[in-house]
Write a protein that binds this ligand. Sequence first.
Ligand code: AMP
Length: 281
Amino acid sequence: MRLIQGAEEMRGLCRAAKARSGRLGFVPTMGALHAGHLSLVRAARAQSSVVAASIFVNPAQFGPREDYSRYPRNLESDCALFENEGVELVFAPEAGEMYREDSASWVLVEGLSERLCGRTRPGHFRGVATVVAKLFHIVEPDIAFFGQKDAAQVAIVRRMVRDLNFALAIVVCPIVREPDGLALSSRNAYLGPEERYSAPVLFRSLERVRRLFDGGERNSSELIRAAREEFLAEPAVRLDYLEVVDPDSLEPEPEIRKKALVAVAARIGSTRLIDNILLEP
Ligand code: AMP
């Protein structure tokens, strides 16, 4: 495994790896790796001949009052985990390598970027789309792997790849969860013991939606009302949004007639968590 900090060096090594081995799979991350990230690496290993990953806490996707400076950073142990999973190239640039002081170009996926987390985190998805586009230009992968955990990110990256003619395939991997249903997240490390105990309420609310849906309920307001009830038992958890939307456009769906995304975001203390499920009639 090689750890690379320079964008030009990374591009050269990726091109050489592709010429040598064939299909290059790419797993972008912000580090603080957990089993969710590693599931993407395993999928990449299975579907490509050489795997590159990135570790970059992207300042452009954090708001001024968000957790950029305290976001967990464990480069050494992350590299050991990647090495263990057979990642060949790890790109971990400094912020200054990715953004020059006079950087003036951004990628904005209009409309989608203002929905779900984009409403409470203005500029977040502009930062995500920009860094993903930059990483795609540096790594030039044949396939890139993303987690369903960040469902809005998936919709935005897919749309960007289509609209801007990126020559790569996107593969989306299922959400990896703790035994009590909590979706794995690097931010779970922020949770105190009581907060950790309350955190599975996001998953429980989604499970309730799924049960009602399986019983035939198709009205989104009814599903959302029932899901919100779960939060009444957890006053320390503040719901940010709980919505039923089209998974591609992220537009609200009043009735579920085709595949729908049920997405939830909530705050526990100063930690913001997200989760989602897909429903298909
Ligand atoms: P992050 O480091 O949080 O930016 O995540 C990097 C990638 O890992 C993204 O594509 C995430 O969607 C994915 N990911 C994060 N948590 C999970 C999880 N619990 N299960 C599956 N994929 C995940």
